[in-house]
Every structure is written in C-alpha cells, then in structure tokens.
Design a protein. Sequence first.
Length: 205
Amino acid sequence: MDRPQEKSSLIAYNAISCVLWLGVLGRTVLAFSSAGSENVYASVGEYTKWTQTLALLEIVHIVLGLLRSSLPTTIVQVSSRILLVWGITNLFEAPQVSLAYSSMLVAWSVTEVYRYSYYVTNIMGRTPRFLTWLRYNTFFVLYPMGAGSEAWCIYQSLAEAKVFNANYYWVLVAILVTYPPGLYKQYTHMVSQRRKNIRGKKRQT
C-alpha cells in the first residue's frame, strides 16, 4: 500500500469505525446503567446494526488488495456478526432483552475500539506499545465473552425462530454447533499471533 490516497482512505475508514464503536460502547453502558439490559436494544440496536454493517467494507478492501488479511476468515467473522445484528436480534425479542445482548456489545465494542485504533496507528507507522498490548492480550477475556454471548443470543432466539420458519430454525441450530470449534480455532490463532507480535518483538529488543 504505497499510494497516499489508499493509505488516507484506510486511515479514514478505521478512524470512523473506531468512533462509531466507541459510540456503541458508550450508549450500551449508559442504557444498561440507567434502564437495565432489557432496554439496551431499544437504545442502541439500530445504531449497532449499521455500525456493524459498515464492516462489509473490510471484505471489499481485501478483494481490492488494500489489506492483506485472510479473505475467508474475514468473511466468516463479518458475516457471523451480520447474522447477529440482522438475523437474530433484529427479528426476535428474546435476545433483545437478554443480558447476553449487552455483554456481546461490550465485548464487540471494546475489541473494535482498540482494534481500529491499532490499525490507524499501524498504517501511520506510530503504534503505541499499549495498543499492541491491548490488541494481543485482551482477547483472552473478550473472545470467550463475545462468542459466549453470541451463542446465547442465538440459543434464546430458537423458540421464536421455529415459529418464524422451520428451515431457519435448523440453520441456526447448525450455526450454534459450530461455535465451540470456531472459538477454539480463532482463540489458538490469536495465541499464535500474540506470540509472534509480543514475544517476537521482545526478543528483537
């Protein structure tokens, strides 16, 4: 990525995404603390849907060669979240009022705030050490928290999904079954990335 225009567009995308997810985090915490988890969706659900939908541009960036991330991995990660915001919480009431919805948004938004901040500083070549530490350490807590919350939201939607459409119900059951191996694969991948980016750099200094 040598062209200044491409670099500027990626910096803008990541900066905007960071601000939007900071908005998700702030509104989630405010709604939860003032009105309880059952009112979080009403406060931040619509905002979150469109904030998450913006992440589809990451797939476009990879296809255009602006990013070097794995296309299949990015498609799975983005599409799973699109499913949660459009195909689960947008359709069914049970996950909307669940504590799992609030914990899912907290895990997502905290992760995205420092992830996009890391990308901005990395593109600029000035990544603070604390952002690198956050990027490759907080997943120990946030990944299980986020994935567990996602799975619980899907589980809570099953009764309504069965009434909504029997085929869709079985699709959700199949997706739910993939969560344990999917979490394990992503978790071990991040452990490997942590070893490369944290321990590797320590050996170089």
